[in-house]
Design a protein. Structure first.
Length: 307
């Protein structure tokens, strides 16, 4: 996540314990009810450990049960639960795609709307607004989720189109999208950067059309030589990148060595920088790029593994 996303994620998580603390401060529980708060806190911690992608699936049920509990415990102050119900529907939208988000959110909306009646709360001004707002909040949240889904589809097809017109390979932006997908699956991967040696001299001596033909040939060679599931991309100019899912640094180093030797058959050499992912994409790019330039400094036609 970027800095703003981390900030928003932290604010969201900070709000849950603060809200629970307010309830404990103004409506102190007695006896066994303290154990209920401890249970909800443990569920929140378990959800937090799943990360941004996995947390909503567990937290939506934990929050729904917690809101029903507060509707029962808060007595005359039960309408305050309405302030927090939008979070429940947002979690449902994050946890599931339509139509499951609608079913899950609708189930909790119905439960919250009926709970005051089941608990014998006063049916009047507050209840009318509370019950009606659940349907409206659910509809608006799922509408937002639908727009988010459509935006994701548009972005996907736009990035599918962002390929290098010369080689047909994905460009840097498409590579970053694939790296993010691998990162969300929590699988280790490595990045290999390749820069063709003395490509400018090749262009100067043989002409740019021949240089373009060489880039196409190198692209075909790389795609043919990597494993199924590996991604080859154009990094710009005469630089290429290989994203190797589920690949440690030593295995990636061996793959780069094999590709380095194969390039010689095309009449050109290449310098390679290899780096393993450590949780930060920008750091990964920087270390791979530094390893690549060390390979150049060592005399080219080299493979260097980043620190």
């Amino acid at each position: 996540m970027d800095r703003m996303a981390r900030l928003l994620y932290g604010v969201a998580w900070l709000g849950f314990p603060l809200a629970m603390a307010l309830q404990l401060l103004y409506l102190p529980p007695e006896g066994p009810l303290l154990w209920a708060y401890a249970l909800f806190a443990l569920l929140c911690l378990a959800a937090l450990k799943r990360g941004p992608r996995g947390a909503p699936r567990l937290l939506v049920h934990a929050l729904g049960a917690y809101l029903l509990f507060e509707l029962w415990r808060a007595g005359a102050w039960w309408p305050v639960v309405g302030f927090w119900s939008p979070a429940l529907y947002l979690l449902a939208a994050f946890a599931h795609a339509p139509p499951w988000a609608l079913r899950l959110g609708g189930l909790w909306a119905l439960a919250l709307a009926l709970a005051p009646l089941a608990y014998g709360r006063e049916v009047g001004f507050f209840y009318g607004h509370f019950a009606l707002s659940q349907a409206v909040l659910l509809a608006l949240t799922l509408l937002l989720a639908r727009f988010r889904e459509l935006h994701g589809q548009v972005r996907f097809w736009r990035e599918k189109a962002l390929t290098c017109p010369l080689t047909g390979l994905p460009n840097r932006r498409a590579l970053e999208r694939e790296a993010a997908r691998v990162d969300r699956g929590e699988r280790p991967f490595s990045l290999v950067l390749l820069d063709l040696d003395d490509f400018k001299r090749w262009n100067d001596e043989r002409g740019h059309p021949e240089g373009d033909l060489l880039l196409k040939e190198v692209a075909r060679f790389l795609v043919a030589q990597v494993r199924q599931g590996d991604l080859v991309g154009r990094w710009g100019g005469e630089k290429f990148a290989l994203l190797l899912p589920a690949t440690g640094p030593r295995e990636a180093l061996a793959i780069a060595q094999r590709l380095r030797q194969g390039l010689r058959a095309l009449g050109i050499t290449g310098s390679f920088g290899v780096a393993a992912y450590r949780g930060d994409l920008q750091d990964l790019y920087r270390r791979a790029d530094e390893a690549l330039y060390r390979a150049k400094a060592l005399g080219k036609d080299q493979v260097v593994l980043a620190d």
